[in-house]
Design a protein around this ligand. Structure first.
Ligand SMILES: Nc1ncnc2c1ncn2[C@@H]1O[C@H](COP(=O)(O)OP(=O)(O)OP(=O)(O)O)[C@@H](O)[C@H]1O
Ligand SMILES: [Mg+2]
Length: 419
């Protein structure tokens, strides 16, 4: 039988009918996707709609048809104004390309279901293994410890942090990169604070030696004693260790870290007769950096930062943390400085911060505008009643005169002088 009914009969190859058939609608586009079915001589048809505003929609119809049925559908679609999508080279999308997303969605749903079944199968939590919900993730609580950070009630967990929190639960090594004051350290600390885990921090941009980090021998009262560094301490006690500014760490520290980057990785204390330190199940390792990976374009702002090699970076999940959105920062201002900070004030201040960051991104400003700086300025402004006076110690004195002049201009653009 010939194929006069097909939209794109071409040379009779059935694969020519595979692809995405789309027609424009008032709000966006409606589409049918044709791919090969699981059984021979069958086709899978999926239907969905993309919205100008909401973006790509999900599949709302998913069915399998035979060849004859497909032919009837193709005819109907042609009448309804659907046309097959071709790329610049005149080819329809490859079937594997078309099939990837629905296949992934099914695989991902199965994985989630398996996890839920696993969680339901666990023995009921006792008092020490209680969990707390952070965003949409259940985080198992640790035992009380003097190093548990204080909860910041004003801290905001946007939904985009869920993946990071899941990685913490799954004991992945998480590296957070981003500009100064974007919230890297506080994110980890606030997860720890809410889930009652003690946190140790070690800053690599200073005098941290491999002795501080791994441990050293010392003489006390005539006795020679070994003192654990922060890494074995955290591993033995089940603390969370944040290695801040890891892009400044010396090679011997990175070498010690590499050993424990695998979830069950053990540390060998060579200086202590090759003693092996196994990680406590609650031990977690984090790193923060300003200028590695996707942030390397800003290396000139963070002088002295080392490039990290790819093999080392590949052992981490690296998340780029951007500053909060203006609406989020408005909420943080109100919550942090309650009850004095009002919404109109906070909205303006967050807009000023956003404008300063845009100027920084255009390289008109050479200093980043952190949430920390914004909160500090706002607090001082409430005390002094004077934005300009408060900007002195909170902003202007920390940047170059050129930057100060530009920031002053941005502030004046948003805040008219008092009458
Ligand atoms: N999601 C948030 N909710 C509330 N406050 C936040 C949030 N993110 C950041 N902040 C505020 O910004 C301050 C600076 O954040 P933090 O110290 O975590 O930044 P950082 O990225 O670690 O900076 P640095 O690179 O300088 O170490 C925090 O003390 C907190 O007050
Ligand atoms: Mg930090």
């Amino acid at each position: 039988m010939s194929t006069p009914d097909l939209i794109e009969p071409e040379d009779g190859n059935k694969d020519d009918n595979l692809g995405l058939y789309r027609r424009a609608t008032q709000d966006g586009a409606e589409w049918w996707r044709v791919s090969v079915g699981d059984r021979p001589e069958t086709y899978r048809l999926e239907h969905g709609a993309d919205d100008h505003e909401k973006g790509a929609g999900t599949v709302d119809i998913d069915l399998v048809v035979d060849e004859e049925n497909l032919r009837a559908k193709l005819k109907k679609w042609r009448r309804e104004g659907f046309a097959i999508e071709r790329n610049a080279a005149g080819e329809t999308a490859a079937p594997t390309r078309i099939a990837f997303m629905p296949e992934l969605q099914r695989a991902s749903a199965r994985m989630l279901a398996a996890k839920l079944r696993d969680a339901a199968g666990h023995a009921p939590h006792d008092a020490t293994t209680d969990s707390v919900r952070i965003g949409n993730v259940d985080v198992r609580c640790g035992a009380a410890h003097p190093l548990v950070p204080r909860v910041n009630p004003a801290y905001l967990f946007p939904a985009r942090f869920n993946d990071i929190v899941t990685d913490i639960v799954e004991n992945r090594r998480v590296m957070l990169i981003g500009h100064t004051g974007a919230g890297k350290t506080s994110l980890i600390e606030q997860v720890a604070a809410r889930s009652q885990h003690g946190v140790l921090r070690s800053n690599m941009n200073g005098q941290t030696t491999v002795g501080d980090f791994v441990g050293f021998w010392t003489v006390k009262g005539g006795e020679t004693l070994w003192v654990d560094g922060v890494l074995p301490t955290a591993m033995r006690e089940g603390l969370w260790l944040i290695v801040d500014e890891i892009d400044f760490a010396e090679p011997s520290i990175l070498a010690a870290l590499t050993a424990v980057l695998e979830p069950q990785g053990r540390l060998v204390l060579k200086e202590k007769g090759n003693e092996i330190v196994a990680p406590h199940p609650a031990f977690r390792l984090f790193a923060t950096a300003n200028a590695v990976g996707a942030m390397s374009q800003f290396r000139h702002l963070y002088q002295g930062a080392n490039l990290m090699n790819e093999a080392f970076l590949d052992r981490w999940r690296v998340y780029l943390l951007d500053y909060l959105l203006p609406t989020e920062e408005t909420d943080v201002l109100i919550r942090t400085l309650a009850p004095h900070m009002t919404r109109p004030l906070a909205t303006t201040l967050a807009a000023i911060a956003a404008d300063c960051r845009a100027a920084f991104a255009r390289e008109d400003l050479s200093s980043a505008f952190s949430t920390r700086r914004l909160l500090d300025w706002a607090e001082l402004m409430l005390r002094t009643g004077d934005p300009e006076r408060a900007a002195g110690p909170a902003i202007y004195a920390k940047v170059s005169p050129e930057d100060a002049a530009l920031i002053r201009g941005i502030i004046r653009h948003h805040i008219a002088p008092a009458a």
